[in-house]
Design a protein around this ligand. Structure first.
Ligand code: ADE
Length: 250
């Protein structure tokens, strides 16, 4: 997968892209990230990329000319690569959106800075707008790295375990079950017996129940969208009953 990132802070990307899984993905040719400095397309002597807002008010606004010039120089005017603006006003970036974009061969990301971008960039240049959550950061650079990270780990071959991304929290619409590794007992806290049993069907059942339990406790909103079997629904009812009636726990 190829990413083109348009930013005023190109230097913040390499430390993360040169670490761990993303670095390995790049070395193996599964990921390519080109970071473009929007300032390189500013034409005045001070290489200005922002200006005061029309109508007054505080803050600075990203000017349209260098952004249009950068995107058109790199991707062409008749571009077939979607350009996504990172902004707190975008639609929420979820695992579902990550799967959507992971199908594409190439994606371009535009990092907003200052108070915002000139509205004509949104209207006439950008194809989609994504927010990583309901809070405001100083710019779209961290969100762009988050989007790259979440999409990259879905590319076949990037994770060591080919099914690794399928079990993830959110991949199936549920939160993931708890994980344990050695030792079997640490400071008197034991790993659940079932995980040491080697009984794969029971382990799978235990994990599914834990997943449902966690989702019900922490993110009940996710259950409405999750794909649930009849067994799942019965388990959920049992967990609900336990919660309502803790003294009668089974
Ligand atoms: N830029 C600033 N805050 C942001 C957010 N929450 N998501 C995406 N881009 C942003």
């Amino acid at each position: 997968m190829e990413f083109d990132v348009f930013t005023l802070l190109p230097e913040v990307f390499s430390p993360y892209l040169e670490s761990s899984i993303l670095q390995r993905a790049r070395q193996r040719g599964l990921l390519q990230v080109r970071v473009h400095n929007i300032r390189d397309w500013a034409t005045d002597k001070h290489r200005t990329t922002d200006d005061i807002p029309y109508g007054g008010g505080g803050g600075m606004v990203m000017k349209p000319e260098p952004v249009f010039a950068a995107v058109e120089a790199v991707l062409g005017r008749e571009r077939n690569v979607p350009l996504v603006l990172l902004t707190p006003q975008g639609r929420l970036f979820t695992q579902r959106v990550a799967f959507e974009y992971a199908r594409l061969p190439r994606l371009a990301l535009l990092c907003g800075r200052y108070e915002g971008v000139d509205e004509r960039i949104r209207q006439y240049l950008v194809d989609d707008e994504l927010s990583i959550g309901d809070y405001v950061l100083t710019g779209g650079e961290l969100p762009a790295l988050i989007v790259i990270d979440a999409i990259t780990r879905l590319i076949p071959g990037v994770l060591g375990d080919p099914d690794g991304a399928l079990d993830d929290s959110h991949a199936s619409g549920l939160l993931e079950y708890p994980h344990y590794t050695r030792p079997p007992e640490f400071r008197g806290w034991r790993v659940p017996e079932v995980l040491l049993s080697g009984h794969h069907a029971e382990i799978a059942r235990w994990r599914r129940e834990q997943s449902l339990r966690r989702t019900l406790e922490r993110r009940p909103d996710l259950l409405a969208q999750a794909v649930l079997s009849e067994t799942d629904r019965k388990l959920l009812e049992k967990i609900q009953k336990e919660k309502e009636n803790p003294s009668h726990e089974i």
